[in-house]
Ligand binder design. Structure first.
Ligand code: F6P
Length: 547
């Protein structure tokens, strides 16, 4: 296999990138009044305006050629068909089966997985109903009011951030608390304010081996017993989600309280599986199902829409354009919607854990970047802190702006102000402000000539900074499902082009192994320290402070 950067299509893009150096998007907008209409597409309730990007028709065509040369469509079809695309772990990658409403079977090793998927959805539905209706009560007979969802990584970020994003849909009377960090402050803070008789613990761990989640669950169990619950009451207050049912039972979970998932669901793609149980408990099963339906609609769009109208394809290719042909090292996500404030952190795991790899194909070390640092936070807060670097700093940071055209129960003045900030930022990034414009602003002032020139230089905004703007009507469950799925497939497109395995995470695994080795030395204080001198010194400091 030859690496993508050896391809003709890559070389064409390199020369096209050189060709637009020195040109300005402002001039492109001036020269072509139809630019916005030309570079806008809509799908599954999401309107994407990508006209404020450093592209023209020739560049787009070359990007589509690159995708074709790397067989993105064939790789996509292989994933949807249940082929072993995660070759280092010998697994199919089928989060798409979890939201497959086509009625068609999905085969893994010749076996249709859909009956199990549908049975688990029914189990979630029944359980959510029993909690919300008061049929399932705590051991003293009280209705469940609090859910403590324990998990980490994909077993935490998806449920937490989707629940947060769908606040207007929360079921009355239920409050969900999420705990991920093994730092005891977190779980202690959460449990301190709860009554164990109306609390349900949902422990989510695909592997059922993750240190943080096991420890936090043990702490929650001890708290439950210390508060007066007994061993036999645990079944009413603890449920688990895992693909490792055996380990969950050994841990003490009641077998009936275990919601299954499968090894063909990657952790960061798992919110569509029973890992989404806390979401369903928060917003009700019907809304949860609509979240899945939105993702299914985007799956269909990704499979069927031609490249020039295909949202994940366009976003993925634009990402490659900036990462590999403009040396952009980061990508910022800017949701202008308070409830979507966690979304950058969600995409951060999705993107960086998927494509942060250095080997393509079976064993070819790559010599090109495979993904930017993903970061961001809600607008307008960022405007008063880090936007400065995006506007005038010397690093190129492409941005994704997101904005709901309608919001639930919000007063118009705030919403219009939020919109004006969002749209105004995309405009400022694109057009900037020239030295002449800045100088002209100062002409009536009583500053001397030298000061005017100096100030105008400092105030000059280069512009030409790329951004996408995504608008949607209201952030309802369906639209959110489509939005999340759009980013999943964007990441897929990029992984397919770079030739990496987007579905393993060996770097994370090494951290887990070394962390456990260090823990052994912290617990056994007599054990000889035989790591590198820095790690030994850190362990010694901990031992000394915890004698
Ligand atoms: O952070 C690495 C990771 O493997 C993620 O991919 C996963 O979502 C997380 O750990 C938690 O794993 P588990 O669900 O097995 O506890």
């Amino acid at each position: 296999m030859s690496l993508v950067n050896q391809s003709e299509q890559w070389k064409t893009l390199e020369s096209l990138a050189g060709g637009i150096a020195g040109q300005h998007m402002r001039d492109w907008f001036d020269a072509d009044q139809s630019r916005a209409a030309k570079y806008s597409v809509e799908g599954c309730g999401i309107k994407l305006d990508y006209s404020k990007n450093l592209i023209n028709q020739e560049i787009l065509t070359a990007l589509f050629d690159l995708a074709q040369s790397q067989q993105v469509a064939q790789k996509r079809d292989a994933m949807f068909a249940g082929e072993i695309v995660n070759h280092t772990e010998k697994r199919a990658v089928l989060h798409t089966a979890l939201r497959n409403f086509s009625g068609e079977p999905v085969l893994v090793d010749g076996k249709d997985v859909m009956p199990e998927v549908l049975a688990t959805q029914d189990k979630i539905k029944d359980f959510v109903h029993s909690i919300h209706s008061g049929e399932h009560v705590g051991y003293t007979g009280k209705a469940i009011k609090h859910i403590v969802a324990i998990g980490i990584g994909g077993s935490f970020l998806g449920p937490k951030i989707m629940s947060e994003a769908l606040k207007p849909y929360w079921h009355k009377g239920i409050t969900v608390h999420y705990v991920a960090n093994v730092d005891g402050c977190h779980i202690q803070d959460v449990l301190a304010n709860l009554d164990h008789t109306d609390t349900l613990i949902v422990m989510s761990s695909k592997s059922f081996t993750t240190q943080e989640t096991l420890q936090n669950t043990l702490t929650a169990k001890q708290w439950f017993l210390d508060q007066g619950g007994s061993q036999s009451d645990i079944a009413k207050h603890f449920v688990a989600v895992s693909s490792n049912v055996k380990a969950a039972v050994e841990f003490g979970m009641d077998e009936n309280n275990i919601f299954p998932m499968w090894d063909w669901v990657g952790g960061r793609y798992s919110l569509w599986s029973a890992i989404g149980l806390p979401i369903a408990l928060t917003i009700g099963y019907q809304n949860y199902r609509e979240l899945l339906e939105g993702a299914y609609a985007m799956d269909c769009h990704f499979k069927e829409a031609p490249p020039e109208q295909n949202l994940p394809m366009l976003l993925g290719l634009l990402g490659v354009w900036y990462t590999n042909f403009h040396a952009a090292q980061s990508h910022v996500l800017l949701p202008y919607y308070h409830y979507l404030r966690g979304f950058p952190a969600y995409v951060q795991q999705l993107d960086m854990e998927s494509n942060g790899k250095g080997v393509a194909g079976l064993n070819e070390e790559v010599d090109y970047a495979t993904g930017p640092v993903i970061w961001g936070s809600e607008g307008t807060n960022g405007q008063h802190s880090f936007h400065q670097l995006i506007h005038q700093g010397k690093v190129l940071i492409p941005a994704d702006f997101m904005f709901p055209l309608n919001v639930h129960n919000q007063e118009d003045t705030h919403h219009a102000m939020l919109a004006s900030n969002c749209f105004g930022q995309t405009q400022a990034l694109m057009q900037g402000k020239t030295y002449q414009e800045c100088y002209a602003d100062l002409e009536g002032s009583n500053l001397d000539e030298e000061t005017r020139k100096s100030l105008a230089t400092h105030k000059t905004m280069p512009g030409n900074k790329p951004s996408n703007t995504m608008l949607f009507d209201q952030l309802d469950p369906k639209t959110l499902g489509a939005l999340v799925c759009m980013y999943e497939h964007k990441v897929f497109v990029q992984g397919a082009i770079w030739g990496v395995n987007s579905f393993d995470q060996w770097g994370v695994e090494l951290g887990k192994v070394l962390g456990n080795q260090v823990l052994d030395k912290l617990v056994d204080t007599d054990a000889q320290l035989d790591f590198d001198s820095s790690t030994n010194q850190l362990i010694a400091a901990f031992r000394a402070a915890n004698k």
